[in-house]
Each structure stands twice: as structure tokens, then as C-alpha cells.
Design a protein around this ligand. Structure first.
Ligand SMILES: NC(=O)c1ccc[n+]([C@@H]2O[C@H](COP(=O)([O-])OP(=O)(O)OC[C@H]3O[C@@H](n4cnc5c(N)ncnc54)[C@H](OP(=O)(O)O)[C@@H]3O)[C@@H](O)[C@H]2O)c1
Length: 330
């Protein structure tokens, strides 16, 4: 179907700052797919903190590359048109895709790259699929590639701590970690303890209690790996809770974290802090979709909003208290 010349609804911001008040509803031409690109009718887009951190100017001068920005890079939907050279897909295919930090998800249509697009099995809803991209790939990459955990084969049992286990990344990290031979300790707020237990965590700490803020395992485990999904916890809190070769993977590293990383490297410390930035890959999205299809992984959606109320979704994510993912649906 040729959509050239037609208009679509979209939501964008055209300067730094402003939060949800900075979002504007616009009608703009539907984009056209170029070589090796597809045009997608969006069914769901999920929000990640990076989306509003870009608006806040927290990754200036690197992002955004230009204004205006249509936020959200994690999308799922149906292909309506393919550009020349596209071999894997045709119109009508249901897919999940990453549009990257350029975004484009707060719209009725978006152009995606063929090599960053994956077929979506009928068992996975658009909202569940879109939710998986950054949050799921980050959890998977941190555990397997950076953390070295094998989620398929047996290995000596490893003790893992997941901080902010009720959030987008954390709720996937707990479930994925439990696919391996692991004991998982998790932190979250009191209202989410039952929820995080239901994801498979072996023990859960309320982060607002003294025990929770000390990160001490109630059963005395020392952590081999920490998937650190929140901020504001110093190395001195992690250090006494780590096993001799324990590693903290910091997903939101501050300047202090980079300093600790460097010091640990230079001094050949066995306990390590590893800052990590994950860029989703098609193979990882595919792996996660398969886990969902096989019933090994689920997406938990905090809330879903129509595109006409994208500001509320934006606000919800900025507040930082979502349980699972926040989704926008055109
Ligand atoms: N490096 C990367 O590649 C990468 C990729 C994805 C995300 N990230 C970063 O990772 C962080 C988490 O992302 P996300 O999408 O999971 O965020 P999110 O979904 O917005 O996280 C919200 C959750 O965190 C919980 N929480 C907040 N502070 C906590 C604390 N001190 N202890 C325990 N739980 C706490 C909240 O619980 P309450 O409501 O009870 O407070 C809420 O359920 C963000 O900073 C994000 O930018 C990095």
C-alpha cells in the first residue's frame, strides 16, 4: 500500500525540557521506507527512561541529533509497505522493532530498519512485544554477555541481586535470571514484594527499610552478580555483600561509578563494577520473543494509554514508580 502524501497523527517535542507539557500533538506526512527499510503501522510503543532523559538534556550534546523528536524507540505493529531490498518481510507481517534513540514510536506510522526488525509470533501481543525491546534486551545482555550467566545449561549455582526489580528492566532480569541455576535476591518497594516474589525471586528486600538499604541477603548469600537497575547506592554498600569475584553491573552509571570502575581495574580488584549501555540487537529481541512464546518470560504492563493521552504515559514514566512497563497505543 502506498501511503505517500497521506498524513498521520504523532506526538513530538521541539526543544529540551518541559516534561509532558513539552509534548505537542501534530499531523505530519507518513514517512516513506528507504532501501532496506519497512513502513510500520504502530500498534504499541513502550517508554524507557532514556526517552525522557533525552528530552531533559541529560545526554546532551550526543542526543537528540535534531529537533523535533518523536519519542520512543521500542515499537510493535504491522508492516504496510516495504522498501527496495527488503527480503525478510512483506506487507501484513506482525513485527517488533527498535527505532533506536532517534525514536518515532509516538505516532501512527514509523519507518524501521529491516535488520533491527523481528517477526512477532501470534502468541505475543503488540504491547508485550514492544515492552521487551530496550528493557528486555538490557536484562538479557547484562545477565548473559556481561554477567556470563548461561540461562540454558546447568552451572554452579550463582547468587544474583536485582535492584529495582519491580521496574521495566528489573522485572525481566528476575525472570531471566531464574531460567539459569541461580538464587535471586531482589529489591523493590513494600507494595511490590508479592509481585516480585511472583516473578520467581527467592527473597525480596523492601528498599525503604534499613535491611533493604544495606542490600544484605536475609539468607546470608553473597552476590556473584548484581544487576543494578536503580541509582544512588554507593560502592561501599555493595562491596561487603559481594562474593570474592562478585561483579556489579551498573545500568545508570554516575561519574562516581566510572571512577570506581577505573580504580577496580587498575588495582586488579577481583570485585568489579561494570558500567553498561545496551543497544538492542535483533537476535536478542528474537530470543526474548521466543521465551515469551514458550511461556518462560512475561511482560508486566503497568499502564497503557492511547496516543491522544501520551502526556500521561510520559508523566507516569518520569515519576519513576511504574510496576513493569508503560505503553502507548495509537
Ligand atoms: N544501560 C542501559 O543500557 C539501560 C537500559 C535500560 C534502562 N537503563 C536505566 O536503568 C534504570 C531502570 O530502568 P527501568 O526502565 O527499569 O526504570 P523504571 O521502570 O522506571 O523503574 C521504576 C521502578 O523502580 C523502582 N525503584 C525506584 N527506586 C528504587 C530503589 N532505590 N530501590 C528499589 N526499587 C526502586 C520503583 O519502585 P517504587 O515505585 O516502589 O519506588 C519502580 O517500580 C533507569 O535509570 C534507566 O535509564 C539503562
Amino acid at each position: 500500500m502506498n501511503m505517500a502524501g497521506k498524513l498521520m497523527k504523532a506526538v513530538w517535542y521541539d526543544s529540551y525540557g518541559g516534561g509532558s507539557a513539552g509534548l505537542k500533538h501534530v499531523e505530519i506526512p507518513i514517512p516513506s521506507p528507504g532501501v532496506n527499510e519497512i513502513l510500520l503501522k504502530i500498534e504499541a510503543a513502550s517508554i524507557n527512561p532514556i526517552d525522557w532523559k533525552i528530552q531533559k538534556g541529560m545526554v546532551r550534546p550526543f542526543l537528540p541529533k535534531k529537533f523535533p523528536v518523536i519519542p520512543a524507540g521500542d515499537v510493535a505493529g504491522e508492516i504496510v509497505e516495504v522498501g527496495s531490498g527488503v527480503k525478510k518481510f512483506k506487507a501484513g507481517d506482525k513485527i517488533v522493532s527498535t527505532l533506536g534513540t532517534a525514536g518515532g514510536g509516538f505516532a501512527e506510522y514509523a519507518v524501521a530498519k529491516e535488520n533491527l526488525t523481528v517477526s512477532r509470533p501470534p502468541e505475543v501481543s503488540a504491547a508485550d512485544g514492544a515492552s521487551l525491546v530496550i528493557a528486555g534486551c538490557t536484562a538479557l545482555h547484562a545477565l548473559t554477555v556481561t554477567g556470563g550467566i548461561n540461562l540454558v545449561k546447568t552451572q554452579p549455582r550463582l547468587n544474583i541481586l536485582v535492584t529495582a526489580a519491580s521496574g521495566g528492566v528489573g522485572h525481566y532480569a528476575v525472570q531471566l535470571a531464574k531460567l539459569g541455576n541461580t538464587h535471586v535476591t531482589a529489591t523493590c518497594g513494600a507494595r511490590n514484594i508479592e509481585f516480585v516474589n511472583s516473578l520467581g525471586a527467592d527473597e525480596v528486600l523492601d528498599y525503604k527499610t534499613p535491611e533493604g538499604s544495606s542490600l544484605k541477603s536475609p539468607s546470608g548469600q553473597k552476590y556473584d552478580l548484581v544487576i543494578h537497575c536503580t541509582t544512588g547506592i554507593p560502592w561501599s554498600t555493595f562491596e561487603p555483600n559481594l562474593s570474592p569475584n562478585g561483579k556489579v553491573i551498573d545500568l545508570t552509571p554516575s561519574g562516581g561509578a566510572f571512577w570506581t570502575y577505573a580504580v577496580k581495574k587498575i588495582t586488579f580488584s577481583k570485585k568489579q563494577l561494570q558500567p553498561l549501555l545496551v543497544v538492542p540487537k535483533a537476535e536478542e529481541i528474537e530470543c526474548l520473543l521466543n521465551y515469551v512464546k514458550e511461556g518462560k518470560l512475561k511482560t508486566v504492563i503497568d499502564s497503557r494509554y492511547p496516543l491522544s493521552r501520551a502526556e500521561e504515559a510520559w508523566e507516569k514514566s518520569i515519576e519513576g514508580h511504574a510496576t513493569g512497563k508503560v505503553v502507548v497505543e495509537p
